[in-house]
Ligand binder design. Structure first.
Ligand code: PLP
Ligand code: TYF
Length: 410
């Protein structure tokens, strides 16, 4: 029965991990998936998460393994909504929020819902985008198209072409997937003025905006208080701008994998901002029916940890400090890689390593250069040339720079 099926290659992230595991070189380095690693290359449990775990544990009773309701843990998904929308969370009656199996589940539930409800002629993804976006939308039977985003010559945003494509080639009712901030894989975000122009096009062309918020930008420490402040509002600026205009309904997929380091707990939410309480009521019915069919109820533990952090003022401030720690280390490693390449005199311009934001550097290295880094230097990165910067540390950054240098001189 199944012998007629196509052969499907392994997801590039997992294929990279398998090849890396099979490499016996002691100097091998992998800079693949967007998973934070500390200065020793180890996974990092956020100290705030450890504190929240203790609080959750102390309050646990015999109901700790009970099912959650279908939409999930309400204190979690309402706090998650408020984190994104801030003061715009009101009127609450226009929102539908549900807990999902992390950001992937939010993208997937959103795709199921929007494909049924809007019957779009296509979904528009940035070129390039997170590899799973196309996978998710194809699986719900929607045609996947792409809008220009990365200009390889300029190593910059292809903004004019992006606007032109969205203006000329889209059909009213199409869905457009937008990365809330710290675009994966390019680390390039539109400016605020550019976001306004994107919102104009969505409004004019009647495109349905679906924001994917899986990352945070670099947080900077506010020295007067010792904590980061205000920056999470910047992360949500684009989607708040769309919401504030009041002219568009929209969806947001939200992940707590990276910003709380809760990867394996699968903590996320899907939010829909609708035009009226009546529309919200209908959307809610459809979303809950889909959720019931796909997963019945989302998992409990991670959502209670995240809610504990989001709802406690002191823990929330500590969480911002944890975010600062991660983003400062990533920023230092960007600088360290850049400095090594400059001191080696590596051919090319590497300024973009410093200016891109978030967890990744989209280096512009070609697939041939990527494979030569692997063959000669045992350095494993995705064939797109994307580097997960937090995989760098003081012990491996020179080695990685030398591998890039060698590949660029071939
Ligand atoms: N969206 C983007 C753009 C991502 O890069 C990721 C993964 O890192 C996700 C969504 C979903 O991740 P998760 O399912 O772990 O929340
Ligand atoms: O792009 C990334 O690195 C993140 C992490 O199957 C990731 O999306 C990668 C692969 C995957 C799940 C998460």
């Amino acid at each position: 029965l199944f012998s007629e099926l196509d052969d499907i290659p392994l997801d590039p992230h997992y294929a990279l991990k398998e090849d890396f595991s099979a490499d016996t070189s002691p100097s091998k380095v992998i800079l693949g998936s967007g998973i934070y690693r500390d200065k020793d290359g180890k996974p990092w449990v956020l100290p705030t998460v450890v504190e929240a775990e203790e609080i959750v544990k102390a309050s646990e009773d015999s109901g700790r393994y009970d099912y959650l309701p279908i939409p999930g843990y309400a204190p979690f998904y309402t706090a998650a909504r408020d984190l994104l929308f801030g003061a715009l969370s009101s009127p609450e009656e226009n929102f539908v929020s549900v807990q999902t199996i992390s950001g992937t589940g939010a993208n997937s539930l959103g795709a199921h819902f929007l494909s049924n409800a809007l019957k779009p002629s296509a979904v528009w993804l940035s070129n390039p985008s997170w590899v799973n976006h196309a996978n998710i939308w194809k699986s719900v039977g929607v045609a996947v198209r792409s809008y220009p985003y990365w200009n390889p010559e300029r190593k910059a945003l292809d903004f004019e072409d992006m606007i032109q494509t969205l203006t000329l080639e889209t059909t009213p009712g199409d869905v457009i997937v937008l990365h809330g901030c710290a675009h994966n894989p390019t680390g390039l975000d539109p400016t605020k003025d550019q976001w306004k122009m994107i919102a104009n096009v969505c409004e004019r062309r009647e495109l349905f905006p679906f924001f994917d918020c899986a990352y945070t930008q670099e947080l900077t420490r506010d020295n007067s208080q010792g904590f980061a402040s205000g920056n999470l509002d910047e992360d949500a600026w684009a989607l708040r701008h769309f919401a504030f205009r009041g002219s568009m309904e929209l969806a947001v997929a939200q992940s707590f994998s990276k910003n709380m380091g809760l990867y394996g707990e699968r903590v996320g939410a899907l939010h829909l901002l609708t035009g009226s309480p009546d529309a919200a009521g209908k959307v809610k019915g459809h979303i809950l029916r889909l959720q019931r069919g796909l997963i019945s109820q989302p998992p409990k533990r991670g959502a209670t940890i995240a809610a504990t952090i989001l709802k406690d003022t002191t823990l929330f401030q500590k969480w911002l400090a944890d975010l600062c720690e991660m983003s400062s280390r990533i920023k230092c490693m960007r600088q360290a890689l850049y400095d090594e390449l400059i001191s080696l005199g590596t051919p090319g311009n590497w300024d973009h390593i410093l200016t891109q934001i978030g967890m990744f550097s989209y280096t512009g290295l070609s697939p041939e250069q990527v494979s030569s880094m692997r063959n000669d230097g045992h350095v494993y990165i995705l064939s797109s040339g994307r580097i997960s910067v937090s995989g760098l540390n003081n012990a491996n950054v020179k080695h990685v720079a030398r591998a890039i240098d060698k590949a660029c001189r071939k």
